[in-house]
Each structure stands twice: as structure tokens, then as C-alpha cells.
Design a protein. Structure first.
Length: 107
């Protein structure tokens, strides 16, 4: 059974917390769907709804959990709890770049 997809609400402007989350997911070779809260008002509304009305990035949704500005350790723990095998993911990361969809221009 495949783990639930990873969704990240982020922004294009530089943000160390967003960079950390993107970097870790990339390092692990995982795929995620990213929404730019600066360019997509629907994404901004969804992110606010997940954060009691406050827009905070990154906000990640995975395995039924919501993570807000997670540390690498918090992100790894949530990934493992959601069913991701980080040992296998780390092996894939050495040879492949992850795919991202719906990034709305976020790089």
C-alpha cells in the first residue's frame, strides 16, 4: 500500500523553513504536490484553514497530519508515521530528482 501523497503549501519568496522542507524532500527523492500561496488564493485559503486562520509556510499535509514549519526531525518522523520508507527513499535520492506537480511557479 502506497503512503498518502505529500502536499506542501509554500511561497516563491525566499524562506528558510520552505527551503528546509523542499531540501529534505528532495534529498529523500520523494514526490510532493506544492501550492504557491502567493499566487493561488485557493491554496492560501486552504493553508489558513489548516492553521487556525493564519497563513504560515511551509504547511505540509501527509498521512492525515498537518506539519507547520517542521524541523527535519519532525518531517522525518511524520514521513515514517505516514508509511514512507526513508531508507529506500534516501537510496533513490542518489540517482533521481523528485517530481513536483502543481507548483504554480514555485521553485
Amino acid at each position: 500500500m502506497m503512503p498518502e501523497p505529500i502536499v506542501m503549501y509554500a511561497r516563491a519568496r525566499p524562506c528558510p523553513d520552505v527551503a528546509r522542507a523542499r531540501g529534505r524532500l528532495t534529498e529523500l527523492g520523494l514526490e510532493w504536490r506544492e501550492f504557491n500561496t502567493e499566487e493561488d488564493e485557493g491554496a492560501a485559503r486552504r493553508a489558513r484553514a489548516l492553521n487556525n486562520g493564519t497563513l504560515r509556510v511551509p504547511t505540509l499535509v501527509l498521512g492525515g497530519r498537518v506539519l507547520v514549519e517542521p524541523s527535519v526531525e519532525e518531517l522525518d518522523a511524520a514521513l515514517i508515521a505516514a508509511g514512507y520508507d526513508l531508507s529506500r527513499a534516501a537510496g533513490r535520492a542518489r540517482g533521481e530528482a523528485p517530481a513536483r506537480a502543481g507548483a504554480s511557479g514555485v521553485e
